[in-house]
Design a protein around this ligand. Structure first.
Ligand code: SF4
Length: 266
């Protein structure tokens, strides 16, 4: 399967060296109250897990479809639905637009909430055909800010879905925040526990070098560590980030603090 962004020959991102030098860097950040930097988290996760090769898709349109189907479910479930659409030769904007809702629903049943997701897909297709002659390329000609605003104006597309489409479909340097991102940063006390989606995203934008390959890989690595370790009940033992648990332990419990403004749907 062709992966639309990933260049297997590209050099992996390496965190830039800090002015204090690599040996004193950790201590330098501790002195200003930080236990670990985003660069260090990225490098550790990359060293342990390697490249994640996101997003598995054959076209930008497929990224849009996948971003909606994966809402509130595991990727495997969404993938089954995508495979059904592929087998039926429906993974183009025009063919899916011509498909009646009642024929679309059973094809995407494995993704869960299939009636709601069929309507959400229909909303995107309506938008594409009403304003861009059904062309994803024309839609993606918009500048990043306008494109994000238009995506968010479509019923059923929230910040995480919009940013997934921007990063993995339109290849824009926009960091995707999800429930795992929220957990890792807050449990390690790297951001205020009341921080919402926008604040979390700004934290990444302002503390990392801007770049699609880095944002792509980093989000995928956070999903990996979240899936394996940073679950609702954290499994810190043997987690690659265990060494950086803050003094006094991780910030818990998440169901009693901060959820009101989390802004993530996973
Ligand atoms: S599981 Fe524990 S050590 Fe790992 S990221 Fe979560 S809080 Fe940190």
């Amino acid at each position: 399967m062709r992966r639309i962004w990933y260049d297997p020959h590209a050099a992996p991102y390496h965190a830039p060296s800090h002015p204090t030098g690599p040996i004193n860097r950790y201590e330098a950040y501790r002195n200003i109250g930080m236990t670990v930097t985003l660069d260090e988290i990225y490098q550790r996760l990359y060293d342990v897990y390697g490249p994640q090769n996101w997003w598995p898709a054959e076209s930008s349109f497929e990224v849009i479809v996948g971003a909606i189907l994966v809402q509130n479910t595991a990727w495997n479930n969404a993938q089954l639905a995508i495979q059904n659409l592929r087998d039926a030769d429906l993974l183009t904007s025009d063919r899916l637009y011509d498909l009646p809702l009642e024929e679309l629903e059973p094809l995407i049943r494995s993704a869960g909430y299939y009636r709601m997701k069929a309507r959400r897909l229909r909303n995107v297709l309506d938008h594409l055909h009403k304003h861009y002659q059904g062309s994803v390329d024309r839609f993606f000609d918009l500048d990043t800010e306008t494109l994000r605003r238009e995506l968010l104006s479509i019923n059923g597309i929230g910040p995480e879905t919009a940013d997934s489409i921007l990063l993995y479909g339109a290849l824009r340097p926009v960091f995707v925040v999800d429930a795992y991102t929220n957990r890792v940063l807050k449990r390690h006390r790297l951001i205020d526990y009341d921080a919402g989606y926008d604040e979390l995203q700004s934290h990444f934008h302002s503390h990392l070098e801007k770049g699609v390959p880095l944002y792509n890989e980093f989000h995928a690595l956070i999903v990996r560590v979240g899936h394996l370790h940073c679950r609702k009940t954290p499994q810190c033992e043997k987690c690659p980030l265990e060494e950086w648990i803050p003094d006094g332990g991780i910030c818990l419990p998440e169901n009693e603090r901060g959820n009101r403004r989390r802004g993530s749907r996973k």
